[in-house]
Write a protein that binds this ligand. Structure first.
Ligand SMILES: NC(=O)c1ccc[n+]([C@@H]2O[C@H](COP(=O)([O-])OP(=O)(O)OC[C@H]3O[C@@H](n4cnc5c(N)ncnc54)[C@H](OP(=O)(O)O)[C@@H]3O)[C@@H](O)[C@H]2O)c1
Length: 316
């Protein structure tokens, strides 16, 4: 059912005030929803730091944004490959050196529907390694800086968390058996959500000062499937984009921008996104969150496993 907190049209960037003096760090901001989020935030005077994998795509994105907002527009990019823990650590160090304030870290980057099982250089299944383990370490390394600004962490999830196993496969995290492009993607997005909800609990228990929100862009016409999906998936997705069940990439950015900025949001144990048909499209607000995404024993075990696998200890 549509959430009317922000009126019948839902949350839109019209609610944003002047964001001068605020800094947003966005992963995967050279394309899709992340790029549109960068545009919206820059348009309101914020500084944007992009953490992206492709230097070429990033240079083009920065150029396009500077064309729109002027040569002095405060947007820059730091190279980071989420699939490589060493690259994540280096990028985080660079952020800490160059970025004195972080109002929100938006964990937006992802790969999806990777047709065949691949492993990252650290030996993780590619979607889990990129989407979950990469962001796990990044968030941990930037946490103190975010807290200094009483900032937020925004995890961009997916309705796919409902479409896979609905729990974590601890006995075979890397899909040695039974790999499926969709199930493995769903697993990685569920892991990201469980990480976020467990982080909320840990922040609260430790009396720390960072808010953590989880959202998803619904079904949005971005480059997600064309970048990493199979030929069949790309065709199916192309057909879908011709229907009203897919919205624009800009609309897909609204939930993450809302979660990064909106003062009226108070409920963190929630999933924000479009609230129209099947929650794929429509007015942005608070959607449905199914309980398997915050199953406490599974969240705790995933956290411990993630610290062990990445070698990164949060120490909250
Ligand atoms: N579009 C949808 O309908 C939909 C639905 C549900 C959830 N989502 C979620 O929405 C978020 C945004 O996706 P999108 O649809 O906007 O996709 P997109 O257009 O493909 O953008 C994904 C971004 O992630 C970056 N990225 C991919 N691998 C990376 C890596 N290893 N290291 C660093 N950056 C990397 C890409 O940049 P490079 O090419 O430079 O790597 C790109 O900027 C994702 O979390 C996705 O799971 C999207």
């Amino acid at each position: 059912m549509a959430d009317l907190t922000f009126g019948p049209r839902g949350w839109t960037p019209e609610r944003l005030g002047n964001l001068a003096g605020k800094t947003y760090v966005i992963t995967g901001a050279n394309a899709g929803a992340g790029f549109q989020a960068a545009r919206i935030l820059l348009g309101k005077g914020a500084e944007v730091v992009m953490l992206n994998r492709s230097a070429e795509k990033s240079a083009a994105a920065v150029k396009e944004l500077k064309q729109e907002f002027g040569a002095a527009a405060p947007v820059r990019f730091i190279r980071m490959d989420l699939a490589e823990q060493a690259s994540v650590r280096m990028a985080a160090e660079e952020v800490l050196k160059t970025t004195p304030r972080i109002d929100a870290l938006i964990c937006n980057a992802a790969i999806a529907q990777v047709p065949t099982r691949k492993l990252t250089p650290n030996g993780f299944e590619s979607q889990l390694g990129t989407n979950h383990y990469g962001h796990f370490t990044l968030c941990g390394m930037l946490f103190d800086r975010i807290e200094e600004a009483q900032g937020r962490i925004v995890v961009v999830a997916s309705l796919g968390y409902n479409m896979g196993l609905k729990t974590i496969r601890f006995d075979d995290m890397n899909w040695d058996e039974g790999y499926g492009a969709n199930t493995a993607y769903s697993q990685s997005k569920l892991a990201q959500m469980m990480f976020a909800y467990e982080l909320q609990d840990q922040v609260k228990a430790a009396g720390r000062n960072v808010e953590v929100y989880v959202c998803h862009p619904g079904s949005s016409a971005t480059s997600l499937i064309s970048t990493s999906g199979s030929r069949t998936m790309r065709f199916v997705w192309w057909l879908m984009t011709k229907t009203p069940m897919v919205q624009t990439a800009e609309q897909g950015a609204y939930p993450e921008v809302m979660c990064a900025t909106e003062e009226a949001l108070t409920e963190q144990r929630a999933l924000y996104g479009p609230t129209g048909a099947r929650e794929f499209v429509g007015p942005v607000g608070r959607g449905t969150l199914n309980a398997h995404a915050h199953d406490k024993p599974v969240m705790v075990r995933l956290w411990e496993r993630s610290e062990k696998d990445t070698g990164f200890s949060w120490g909250l």
